[in-house]
Write a protein that binds this ligand. Sequence first.
Ligand code: NAP
Ligand code: SF4
Length: 669
Amino acid sequence: MPAYPHLFRPLELPGVTLPNRILMGSMHTGLEARPDGMTRLAAFYAERARGGAALIVTGGFSPNDAGELGPHRVQMSSEADAQRHRVIPQAVHDTGGRIVLQVLHSGRYGFHQNIVAPSPLKSGINPQVPREMAADEIKQTIVDFVRAAVLAQTAGYDGVEVMASEGYLITQFLAPRTNQRQDDWGGSLENRMRLACEIVRQIRTATAPQFIIIYRISALDLVEGGLSGAETVQLAQAIERAGATLINTGIGWHEARIPTIAQAVPRAGFSWATRRIKECVKIPVIASNRINAPESAEELLARGDADMVSLARAMLSDAEFANKAKAGDRAGINICIACNQACLDHYFIGQPASCVVNPRAGRETTLLFKKTLTRKKIAIVGGGPAGLSCAALAAERGHEVVLFEKAAQLGGQFNLAKRIPGKQEFAESVAYYAERLRRAGVKVLLNHPASALELERFDEVVLASGVEPRKPAIPGIDHQSVVSYVDLLSGRVRAGNKVVIIGAGGIGFDVALYLLERSSRAALEAVEFNRHWGITQDLAVAGGLASGGMEQAHSEFQITMLKRSATPFGNTLGRTTGWVHRTELARHGVRMLKAVQFLKIDDAGVHIAVDGKELCLQADTTVVCAGQDSVRPFSRESTNFHSIGGAKEAVELDAKRAMLEGAELAARL
Ligand code: NAP
Ligand code: SF4
């Protein structure tokens, strides 16, 4: 019996049998509009199909100009588009896999000059007011969706996913929040559902019977004026009648102020919302959001919450997720840690999506790890993210690798990160890389700082010795109340009630969250998560938002965060996750002072000047989170000596750069 029997049961669809229950969910990769995008996407998806995903959904392609997400043309609206796409389904089919094209109309979420919506109402995440669609334009949009599906069929795709969640155009028609029309397309639920149902119905008529139509429903809107659970169920039933093959689920509109995929969300934390749809339709229903481990997927399938699971980021972090799960090799799976740093955050800054813990993702045609013809002896000094990445890949290429780590365990800064509430997933990466090193035959020497003499016998030396906390030159910095973030997060010291944090970068925020979580213990399990963020399972409530709003927060700590710069707090945090941390700190009443000048620290507290005024902040504990400096126990000018990660450059270091530098060096050695 396989380790995950429900996950590896075939799924019968009309004319098609899927070998397992794993769907690779749609992700914006940022490759779609690039000149070499189709070739790169073909390699990207083929690798995931080879990895065992039963069905893949591409990123979103617009059916027409108005539906574009951004200024670059990413469409399926012409024969030429269909021709360009051919290489993608071909590459996936060559592996025995299946792939469908996602058709997405952005509506008022588009970032270009010609955005449209059912009503001319601006969203909170886009300054532009959309133009109200005329009735003829709505009918033409249905035609455009159908044309996109027919072209997808011509290109060789196995089907389409109609993107109707996350607050895009179809969702905007469904919800009273955004649809205030008085005509056949607004008012009653039947009218608001008309666009969605007509799109599915007409695609069904225009395509082959076995052509897969996935409708991605918003299982939970999480915005005021969204659909109630009961209306969502009615919609699902109407979509089934219209001819959809499968219903996939999305959670929350992009403008919702509740985390839906960030680390704070418990694993598979929204599968209850999928279940209530599954219970009311006969076609298979797919659960999504924060399903990153096979055991979570198996549990929710065994519970009957869904018929299939959608993994998107989890397929970036490990293209072979499905094959490994099938083989019962849980320890061999590179688990997605839900950081969004190299995937979604990249998309918002116009960079192709990749993955922090798997830098090869999105670089399938450029970052290649060929077996070496010359086996070298390689020393890696430091077992943090950069060293782990380099050691694993260099050894897998066939080199003889020894890793020196002065601490008692591998992981470096990840061992601090995993202590932050919601960042427990970092422990997965440490365990995964430790196992990968073992399998690759890396000799790991713990509690072993490398000596210059030892390094002389190696052909290549890689300095991945990381960083140490910066000690700012503030008078009184050695006062007994002052600790570094390492002291606090490692558990070596406990904070008093009044805490001042010096520095408000990622680690300053992490420290505040760490202290608050220790006192509030919130947001860990699905039920607590819902209470914490004000989500109700009451079917009658619009948008799924509880009337009392978010839970009141209590903390034993009075925290003040200080920084010298005048920029907004949290502006260096991730685009898609920073707001969650800011919300959490604000609800706990964390005080934030910027443009601060540090004067001194003494028994009275931390003395600062702000706007020319001097004040003293009482502090039982002052935590220094003022960045880091590189640790370089050796410096040698020679061609066989390489620095990566924090040892190379401490400024703006993060795990993404560290692991990428480790991987790129390993490919060259
Ligand atoms: P950081 O982001 O560079 O922030 C350091 C903070 O200390 C800033 O507020 C800085 O800015 C202040 N500072 C620097 N030198 C100082 C001095 N001499 N005296 C007083 N204050 C000083 O570094 P970090 O917080 O240590 O984070 C390290 C890296 O890990 C960063 O790249 C960060 O993005 C990443 N990280 C990210 C996350 C995340 O959630 N995405 C979490 C943790 C870490 P001012 O000049 O304004 O005071
Ligand atoms: Fe997951 Fe982070 Fe990788 Fe994105 S970058 S796939 S969130 S581990």
